[in-house]
Design a protein around this ligand. Structure first.
Ligand code: NAP
Ligand code: HSE
Length: 428
């Protein structure tokens, strides 16, 4: 029997305590599967006196996670504190410099410092794993780096923020607006301490940037993710999209194009009948398209104690078994700096606008679209009581710049009574 694998866990909140529970409750299962005991030797958090519902008496307590990360009796440092900088970064660096393997659930840390940390890990002969950082319990990192390693990846898509999917699907189910459902999500404790990380698309953008790196062999480039949150998605658009057979999702899309790497996290329409369209509540889904395998769809819990701790343990078990995969699926020195695509690939767009209900108004809009080179695929003017006519248009595939040209031309027609809504339709 091999020697025990000795862990130090920094962060004893939702995820950290979930990991402690698995290690305490499933010791025999973990040992049977990895061939060695998995032990916690030390833990750290801010408040030593907090009742965490589980005994920590068997473990050494360290006030300073950086000190804990370098202990001689530790093999793996498990970083579950969060934050892109501060103690999470300092302790991760200290652990790697001291030759410890690191497991983290911290997408913010890796989205901002992934390249330098991966290089440091390799220089020191360590592994740095982060399964729990993307889509919670879904084993998407392992799928991309290992199971799909024989594929060129054409596109990675996903709904990777459960809070946003909860808000959007509850808007449709209840008919209530964004603000009411934001308050509901807040009461349920779904929102991050800084809610803009969720509803502003930042948390999901962090996750997408990590998937892009593995999928396309590029250095993590969060700053080039085109980000738009869900704050401006209206109940009217959710209703009208549904009526035309679509659902609105905060959708991440990454693909390598002839114009560079496209990474976008924004509200999009997807067909209601597609797996992404059917995703309800706080669940996550990641769709990978490989040139050999075709489309692979993974669905599961994107957050919470059990699912996230499950993902952390997947990484710990790999290390216990001696499986040592590079952070982003290839040596960090071979990851290339990507060129961000300046414009998204052509796509159909959904347009909703209020027109003055007078002769020739619709003709002016059709002319503006035509002059910008946009072709109308579907159009609908729905019932209205006053002299403002709600109009929906689905275009054929077009570029974003042609769409912007059309919107500018429409603004000069003098027949639009409110700013049009334009949402990309992702073909899935
Ligand atoms: P959490 O419940 O807020 O717990 C954070 C823990 O870190 C707490 O125990 C806290 O100590 C400790 N901590 C914070 N700052 C510290 C510092 N300066 N020094 C020492 N300890 C510190 O967070 P969480 O939800 O478990 O999330 C942990 C990580 O997992 C984050 O990176 C998060 O993004 C990621 N993640 C979470 C989920 C999820 O569902 N929660 C899902 C995927 C990924 P005290 O308890 O003493 O305050
Ligand atoms: N705030 C995140 C979400 C938690 O709602 O999905 C998991 O990263």
């Amino acid at each position: 029997m091999s020697s025990p694998l000795r862990l130090a866990i920094a962060g004893l909140g939702t995820v950290g305590i979930g990991v402690v529970k698995i290690i305490r409750q499933k010791a025999a299962l973990l040992e049977a599967r990895s061939g060695r005991k998995v032990q916690i030797v030390a833990v750290s958090a801010r408040n030593r006196d907090k009742d965490r519902g589980v005994s920590l008496a068997d473990y050494a307590w360290e006030d300073d996670p950086v000190v804990m990360a370098t202990r001689d009796d530790v093999d793996v440092f498990v970083e579950l504190m969060g934050g892109s900088d501060g103690p999470a970064k300092a302790a991760t660096e200290a652990a790697l410099k001291a030759g410890k393997d690191v497991v983290t659930a911290n997408k913010a840390l890796l989205a901002h410092h992934g390249q330098e940390l991966a290089e440091l890990a390799e220089e020191k002969g360590c592994v740095l794993r982060f399964e729990a950082a993307v889509a919670g319990g879904i084993p998407i990192i392992k799928s991309l780096t290992e199971g799909l390693a024989g594929n060129g990846i054409d596109r990675v898509m996903g709904v990777m923020n459960g809070t946003c999917n909860y808000i959007l699907t509850r808007m449709e189910a209840t008919g209530q607006g964004y603000n009411a459902l934001f308050d509901e999500a807040d009461k349920l404790g779904y929102l991050e301490a800084d809610p803009n990380l969720d509803v502003g698309g930042i948390d999901a953008g962090h996750k997408l940037s990590l998937l892009s790196s593995i999928a396309f062999g590029t250095q993590v480039d969060f700053d080039s993710v085109e980000l738009e949150g869900i704050q401006r998605v209206s109940i009217e658009d959710i209703r009208q999209a549904a009526d035309m057979g679509y659902r609105i999702k905060l959708l991440g899309v990454a693909r390598m194009t002839g114009r560079g790497l496209e990474q976008s996290m924004a509200p999009c329409l997807v067909p209601a009948s597609s797996p992404l369209g059917q995703l309800e509540g706080g669940t996550n889904m990641v769709v990978v398209e490989g040139d050999q395998v075709g489309q692979v769809v993974l669905r599961g819990a994107g957050a919470g104690e059990g699912p996230t701790a499950s993902a952390v343990m997947g990484d710990v078990m790999d290390i216990a078994r001696g499986l040592r995969v590079t952070t982003f699926g290839q040596p960090a020195s071979t990851l290339v700096k990507s060129t961000p695509a300046q414009a998204a690939a052509p796509a159909p767009y959904y347009l909703r606008m209020e027109l003055m209900d007078k002769p020739g108004a619709l003709a002016k809009i059709a002319t503006a679209l035509g002059e910008a080179g946009l072709s109308i695929h579907r159009m609908r003017q729905y019932d209205h009581a006053d002299n403002s006519a709600p109009v929906l248009i689905v275009t054929h595939k077009t570029t974003r710049s042609a769409l912007d040209d059309a919107l500018a031309r429409m603004a000069t027609t003098g027949v639009i009574s409110s700013e049009p809504v334009a949402l990309r339709i992702e073909e899935v």
